[in-house]
Ligand binder design. Sequence first.
Ligand SMILES: *[C@@H]1O[C@H](CO)[C@@H](O)[C@H](O)[C@H]1NC(C)=O
Ligand SMILES: *[C@@H]1O[C@H](CO)[C@@H](O)[C@H](O)[C@H]1NC(C)=O
Ligand SMILES: *[C@@H]1O[C@H](CO)[C@@H](O)[C@H](O)[C@H]1NC(C)=O
Length: 388
Amino acid sequence: MDYSYYGLWILCTSLWHLPQCISSFVNTKTVADETCILDTFSPRCPSSQRLFITSSHYGHMKLGKCVTVNTGHLGCMSDVTDIVRGRCNGKTRCQIAGSDDEVVRTQPCAQKIYTYLNTSYVCLPEEAQLESCSNFAAGRHWKYLVSTTIDQRCLHQSQSLEVTVQSSMDIEIIATMINDITTDVESVQVGISDIHGNSTVMDILGSSSHSVQQTFESSAVHIMFQHSKAILLFAFRAVGCEDLVAPEFTWIERKRRVITIGCIHNKYTWQVECIGSKWIGFRGNCTRQIELKPVEETINKEEANTEPKQPIFTKGIQYALTIGITVLLCVVVITTGFVCLRKAEYKAKASKDIKLQEMTGDYNTWKATLMRPVTNDLNNPNASPCSV
Ligand SMILES: *[C@@H]1O[C@H](CO)[C@@H](O)[C@H](O)[C@H]1NC(C)=O
Ligand SMILES: *[C@@H]1O[C@H](CO)[C@@H](O)[C@H](O)[C@H]1NC(C)=O
Ligand SMILES: *[C@@H]1O[C@H](CO)[C@@H](O)[C@H](O)[C@H]1NC(C)=O
């Protein structure tokens, strides 16, 4: 019984974590869109994602969909990235006409030169709120920030971004470059320094797929990067186990992933280990009555499996089961009700039809149908050759 509870628990936890697993593999594919003067730029993202404009230029840049013949005026252009970002970033869709007033007003080319808008964008997960550069709190679910936001809000004010998690947990970071720059930038690096004073460099351009993932054994890190043309998407989350509150009459001693718990009134001690996001291990119990018990130090897998017997665990399962059974019962009751209702309706309708048929003209119609061949044959000589 305990093992089936355990299985159920694992199933629930894995289902719970599924959306998280998917969201950590963000597909950041850049889409380039050429908008001719009579067209409209109208990008779209799935409802869970938001538009981010990586670059937008307006002018008579080069040959392509809009400019097909070189009349010797190629190359004039203005950077309208900020204008287009202002209208599209953070939305799931937007529209900008190729002849948009604000864009056309930048007038990079001579009069009468045929111009177009060329925009590149990506669909990103929704950005988190960046309230303060000194305390961006990450939790168990991924939180996203784009480097341009960090640049504007923190680095331009000569402030690094500080990401924090609960004191006992670690910080996992993924930095992904979302625009295609290969020629004019030689390196894209992110510097991370932790509370122990150690610093690490994440080399984004040097990695395959321009994405680096790393976990830092620290409850706070400072993030710095040079202002370059590279646009980075940062994902942060807390990993590890939450702090353990010392049970009654105990002391606790923490060494990263292992906690030793001991009784205040005797020499009885035991250990728990952080595996994934849970403290696993033998759970002891100190009451004033216990005088002396043998020292229990090894973490036994068999003992780890007895965990479901703990009150909190059983309570959780009881809630889950109660809710599950209630939902199931509701579904059964509603379905049965619906089916019964439909059946009753159907029966009522059927019997009504029969009664109506018996009581009204339907009977006459039925009679007439039976009689007709006879009457017809008698009255109509052309009805069939036999009747002659
Ligand atoms: C549009 O922009 C993309 C990305 O910046 C660039 O690769 C492409 O050559 C541009 N196309 C035209 C026709 O300007
Ligand atoms: C980080 O710093 C601490 C204390 O200064 C040191 O013990 C530890 O080995 C360092 N870790 C790394 C990964 O450099
Ligand atoms: C703690 O241990 C004592 C003695 O073995 C036992 O009577 C008591 O029920 C235990 N308490 C808990 C909360 O497990």
